[in-house]
Design a protein around this ligand. Structure first.
Ligand SMILES: C[S@@+](CC[C@H](N)C(=O)[O-])C[C@H]1O[C@@H](n2cnc3c(N)ncnc32)[C@H](O)[C@@H]1O
Length: 393
């Protein structure tokens, strides 16, 4: 390894340490003792420097120290942003985020008022959907439950549980894309569940079970899909004592039967929607679960929030854990951030604290989506783990 390679290695480690929340003392040690170069730029990646990294983690003291050590104040990354631009865009990002959250919360309050008067539901004045008005299987539970589902494997070996929804496309009648536009009726494939989410499910189970006693574990999972998370629960070192799965779709239930899920002695399958088993009190009969997970399809944020409200009754105690598939708004970083913050606020209102962790979900986009509509195209999944707040603390 020559001196250039060593500088690249140390510089990359320095940037990664800062982005991962290293303290100023650690950074000082990496630079002063370890010899990491403060002038380094990550040419192989996004072209960022340690100064950009410090701006990303909003560490003003670290920015000051790095500049004092000779960090290049006006170095630009591959997007032509200096560390100052990053800081500025973060400030602007936070301002827009706060605005988005305010709009969302106001719409939510209004929704509550309208619902209490039995009036039609509303949407927020943005792409943040509180209540869906899409009546296809993608967003209407009734349409979804009466749609045919297809279990298939794509060209890249990825397992998919898929539904087809109607799609209108505008085509031009003439040659070379000219001529009169005509609306053509067609179909679009949507992944109800796709194999690429395996990594998210694995990390979710790891974090849901970490530190919990293995013996006698009780688990509730809402929404079977491909059964990825249920399979992971069944492969824990100690089999859960009680594993309840709620699933309403007849095709999913038929698939579960064919795959032998009905024959597992520790598993109870509740055929219906989670709302049905809240309404008839069946879920309460289990006496609380140590782990609760929900990942449904075609439901909007209002439904997720309604599920949150049931958690104090569903969780077995202060150590019990809850997680949900955090996928709303995930085709846009800002919307995703708003949903993430709003769900944290709503959970806090109900008495739950959330710990977030990041799961890297970068992959080959074409291999992931194939013919399916994209529903998650951010590089990072924000994984929530919630517990009832410790009222004695
Ligand atoms: C995204 S998949 C779940 C994937 C699952 N986490 C896995 O690891 O494979 C969503 C599932 O939720 C089910 N579902 C939709 N609405 C539901 C509801 N109201 N209650 C319970 N399950 C629901 C769907 O039929 C579908 O099987």
């Amino acid at each position: 390894m020559d001196a250039g390679d060593v500088a690249i290695l140390l510089g990359t480690q320095l940037i990664s340490a800062i982005l991962n929340g290293a303290s100023l003392d650690t950074v000082k040690e990496l630079v002063q003792t370890g010899g990491a170069p403060v002038w380094f730029q990550d040419e192989e990646g996004e072209g960022i420097s340690p100064l950009h990294a410090a701006a990303y983690v909003h560490d003003t003291e670290m920015v000051r120290w790095l500049i004092g050590q000779g960090a290049v104040w006006n170095a630009v990354d591959n997007l032509k942003n200096t560390a100052g631009d990053v800081a500025l865009s973060l400030m602007i990002w936070r301002r827009i985020l706060l605005y988005g959250m305010r709009v969302f919360v106001q719409a939510e309050l209004l929704l509550g008022l309208l619902e209490s008067k039995n009036r039609a539901p509303i949407e927020t004045p943005s792409n943040l959907v509180l209540k869906q008005d899409d009546d296809t299987a993608a967003a209407s539970t009734d349409a979804f439950l009466s749609s045919k589902l297809i279990y298939t494997t794509d060209d890249y070996g990825q397992k998919i549980c898929m539904v087809k929804v109607p799609k209108k496309t505008i085509v031009f009648t003439g040659e070379n894309g000219e001529g009169e536009p005509v609306v053509e009726d067609g179909e679009e494939e949507i992944g109800v569940m796709m194999g690429w989410e395996q990594g998210i499910m694995e990390e979710t189970v790891r974090r849901l079970t970490k530190g919990l006693p293995e013996e006698g574990l009780t688990v509730l999972n809402v929404g079977f899909g491909l059964g990825i998370i249920d399979t992971l629960f069944e492969f824990l070192p100690t089999l859960p004592a009680q594993h309840v799965i709620i699933e309403p779709h007849p095709d999913v239930l038929a698939h579960m039967r064919a795959e032998g899920w009905y024959d597992k002695p520790n598993i109870t399958i509740l055929e219906g929607k989670w709302q049905d088993f809240i309404a008839n009190g069946k879920l309460l009969e289990f006496g609380g679960f140590d782990i609760v997970y929900t990942d449904t399809f075609s439901e909007d944020y209002a439904a997720l929030r309604a599920f949150f409200e049931e958690l104090p009754d569903l969780l077995s105690g202060p150590d019990a854990r809850f997680s949900f598939f955090n996928g709303l708004g995930a085709t846009n970083a800002l919307f995703y951030d708003v949903y993430t913050h709003i769900s944290e606020l709503n959970l806090a209102d109900i008495g739950l604290d959330v710990q977030w962790s990041d799961v890297d979900v970068t992959t080959d986009e074409e291999e992931r989506w194939g013919q399916s509509r994209e529903y998650f195209n951010l590089p990072i999944y924000r994984l929530p783990i919630a517990k009832m707040k410790d009222m004695m603390a």
